[in-house]
Design a protein around this ligand. Sequence first.
Ligand code: TXA
Ligand code: MG
Length: 336
Amino acid sequence: MQTKLITQKDIELAAECLLDGQLVAFPTETVYGLGADATNEEAVSQIYQAKGRPNDNPLIAHIASLTMLEEISQDLPKEVFDLAEKFWPGPLTMIVSHNGKLAPSVTAGLETVGVRMPAHPLALELIKAVDRPLAAPSANRSGRPSPTLAEHVYEDLKGRIAGILDGGATKFGVESTVLDLTSDLPTILRPGAITAEELAAIIGPVAQSGDTKSASSVKQPKAPGMKYKHYSPNVPVYMNACPIPEAVDLLENRGLRVGLLADNRFSDFATEKHLSFYNLGEPDDIQSANHYLFAGLRDLEKSGVDVILVQTYSKAGAGQAYMNRLEKAAAGKYIK
Ligand code: TXA
Ligand code: MG
């Protein structure tokens, strides 16, 4: 199969492919998604094949209106509407009860479905053009860093999908926050662009998956995707547990060529040491670090290094999403 690169002028072509049961990747404000008509079982099952995704890991249904939400769900608690009012369109996925109208593979057999209204004009236009929800996981091969550029999707999925709608770089760079609203206490299953503090300001206390206090109150399984190896380039990744220059020395002493993903204070240091370097932005700018993390991992992987050292950030606020993705990419490995 030849994968077409589709420009935003041709959004109708992307919609036709989707209505025809084919897969089309599209930009959202977080990362690129790999879309299929969420009411077409055959189309949705191809997503799992194209990504190499385990079939027990459910997909997010992307919608363009609250009417679409009501068409696919049931027993919506009030919190859903309060959160939608504040954060949709935006990087929040809400887990709610579904009513059986979606293709079974979207939810991997669960009684719940993850729903989100993306804040990207092309994504919204595309969903409106097909006039039904789009099932879409991140548009990477399973286990790889999520794609923040159309080129990343092409690297991973060329020949496996019908098309890629190119919308340039995505804004946030890490995926949406996944919030389970079917447990007694709303529970964050995956930290993301919207923080626990922002959610709590609207609906009161929220638990984090993994908190002991939430474990007993969660009726549904935690986000199945969180148990898999994730976000990893084909080169080992380490986090620094000592100052970056020391960490570089420790890795170089093992005879390894080091690629460095860190903020711009380390740009001159990297030049002096002849390291491959990818800039995360201004010091302490966590939004910028989130924006560049996955792109930096992919870029340094291609530069031919033996190992990638990635700067750690505080887990406060949006740093929680950054460190969650980084710890998975590094499989928990620190250097000190
Ligand atoms: O920002 C995003 O969320 C991107 C863009 C494309 O929207 N999508 C994305 O999808 O990251 P994916 O499939 O890579 O991650 C979805 C996560 C997985 O961890 C999955 O297990 C969880 O959401 N999930 C989906 N439906 C669920 C459900 N019914 N119950 C619990 N977890 C669910
Ligand atoms: Mg993913």
